[in-house]
Design a protein around this ligand. Structure first.
Ligand SMILES: *[C@@H]1O[C@H](CO)[C@@H](O)[C@H](O)[C@H]1NC(C)=O
Ligand SMILES: *[C@@H]1O[C@H](CO)[C@@H](O)[C@H](O)[C@H]1NC(C)=O
Ligand SMILES: *[C@@H]1O[C@H](CO)[C@@H](O)[C@H](O)[C@H]1NC(C)=O
Ligand SMILES: *[C@@H]1O[C@H](CO)[C@@H](O)[C@H](O)[C@H]1NC(C)=O
Ligand SMILES: *[C@@H]1O[C@H](CO)[C@@H](O)[C@H](O)[C@H]1NC(C)=O
Ligand SMILES: *[C@@H]1O[C@H](CO)[C@@H](O)[C@H](O)[C@H]1NC(C)=O
Ligand SMILES: *[C@@H]1O[C@H](CO)[C@@H](O)[C@H](O)[C@H]1NC(C)=O
Length: 226
């Protein structure tokens, strides 16, 4: 009696998007979601909604809805979260709260993302890599929101966040910080100010600052294992 369900889920892939286990990543438990939330997936329904899913990485794309603070409750074991090319406007308070093992977060190419709420990153004490890149209208994100993440090693930041960065505070909040990545465009209005700021940061810290090409800015998070 399983067959009709399987056929149904194939139909859903084409019409409404779906989530699937991506077995190409040997040794990682990767869940890949297209258009829908992990909760809405056929996979979750078949698995039994009351049991959490045992994936450690979520690669999520093309989601057209808004994010609900409960969305990630179904994935308590995530260590990597990636959300790209999606249309939500806000990351709500407590969004990552159920995922206390998160080490990597990448938010990228989200054209409608305007606000990250102050307590969105609450409870993330293991966070090591945070990339917030190419979200064209993002206004409300401040480093204070992750100041409790004292294991932070690599940050990818919007240029306005780099500009307003307080260097002594940076060292205090993130004693293990290793690099900051920033994507700047030659024609950007503030590019001179940004270059000056970067020089200050380099002079006053041991940090490397990478100027990344958008196409490979964050690849170390999701590249295939060697
Ligand atoms: C998201 O949409 C693009 C364009 O339609 C597609 O190439 C990509 O595979 C989709 N992402 C996922 C995870 O299915
Ligand atoms: C979850 O995955 C881990 C690592 O693959 C495994 O050791 C563990 O038994 C799994 N737990 C459940 C409840 O499936
Ligand atoms: C994206 O969200 C906006 C509202 O915030 C809406 O007007 C627009 O239609 C959405 N686009 C897609 C592709 O869902
Ligand atoms: C998954 O997360 C749950 C809840 O945080 C925890 O009890 C369990 O040990 C975790 N499993 C693995 C394999 O890490
Ligand atoms: C930046 O994001 C926009 C949409 O949000 C996308 O169209 C564009 O391809 C992205 N740029 C790169 C280099 O990824
Ligand atoms: C988040 O952290 C607070 C205190 O820092 C704690 O009281 C709360 O239980 C944590 N939330 C979860 C879901 O563990
Ligand atoms: C940074 O250090 C270099 C060499 O020590 C110096 O030439 C430069 O003026 C300094 N820049 C700033 C902004 O302090």
């Amino acid at each position: 009696m399983m067959k009709p369900l399987v056929i149904l889920s194939i139909v859903l892939v084409h019409s409404y998007g779906e989530c699937e286990y991506d077995s190409r990543y040997i040794g990682w438990k990767v869940f890949r979601c297209d258009q829908i939330t992990p909760e809405e997936s056929e996979f979750n329904k078949l698995h039994g909604k009351e049991k959490p899913l045992n994936f450690t990485r979520l690669y999520w794309e093309n989601f057209t809805g808004e994010l609900d603070p409960n969305t990630l409750k179904v994935l308590p074991n995530l260590s990597t979260f990636e959300l790209k090319n999606s249309n939500f406007s806000t990351i709500p308070d407590g969004f990552f709260e159920a995922c206390q093992d998160l080490e990597d977060i990448e938010l990228r190419n989200n054209n409608n993302l305007k606000t990250i709420e102050e307590n969105a990153f609450k409870n993330l004490t293991k966070l090591r890599n945070l990339f917030i890149i190419n979200n064209s209208i993002l206004e409300d994100f401040y480093l204070e929101f992750v100041s409790h993440c004292d294991q932070m090693e690599n940050l990818g930041l919007p240029s306005d966040v780099v500009l307003s960065m307080d260097i002594p505070q940076l060292k205090e909040w993130f004693p293990k910080l290793y690099s900051i990545s920033i994507v700047i465009y030659v024609e950007m209005e503030d590019s001179e100010k940004i270059m000056k700021k970067i020089e200050d940061v380099i002079n006053q810290t041991e940090l490397k600052i990478y100027f990344r090409d958008l196409n490979d800015c964050c690849s170390f998070i999701n590249s295939y294992p060697e």
